[in-house]
Design a protein around this ligand. Sequence first.
Ligand code: DC
Length: 227
Amino acid sequence: MNQKLIVAIDGPAGSGKSTVTHLLARKLGYVHIDTGALYRAVALKAKELGISYDDAPALGRCALSCRLEFQWLNDDRNHVFLDGKNVSSLIRTPEISMAASKISAYPEVRDALLGLQRQLGEKGGVVLEGRDIGTVVFPNAHAKFFLTASVDSRARRRAVELEEKGVYLDFEEVKKQVVDRDRGDTERKVAPLKKAADALEVDTTNMTVGQVVDTLAMIVEERSKRG
Ligand code: DC
């Protein structure tokens, strides 16, 4: 029988991670875990409680106090619930994107979310997407991918995503946000965005989503058969 694997997908904002992870999980019959949604939910709670995004100890306590769950709903998506409330849309604003990037640099916040991420993935049959899945959360994941794309194409994808949610921003502004967030995620001291030594890097700039999904699925299925 095919083994149910742990698949790690890391990469910068707008590299196509979310779409690819969603479709790959569906193709494999696996669960999709969006770990960025956890950082976003903590940022949202901090905002609601008036906690400063500079107060690392308070943010760590805030992260520990969050009840975070994923629930599969009819729209074929794994929604994130914060303290019993579906916050999947509320966490997708540019403000929460920057806040999540900022608070994710604090070890207090990362530590608070580490156990939950491992718990969500440990049984296998999961595709986890994030920044440090292959390096920190599941260094022994069965398959690891690092998705990249040019800054322009990532900014274009982000702009389309935002427009689909009714948020219209100047392209240069979206690009600046993508570059700023990359810098924060890559330069932070704890668990920075970085390709794991044994991850396969896939540059998606000139690939269709279908091509990326098929490439990754083939590799995962091959490893799954090998057991
Ligand atoms: O994947 P995303 O854009 O929704 O993630 C939001 C922020 O959360 C991102 O800027 C960095 C942080 N993050 C992280 O530090 N580690 C992860 N595994 C996932 C996200």
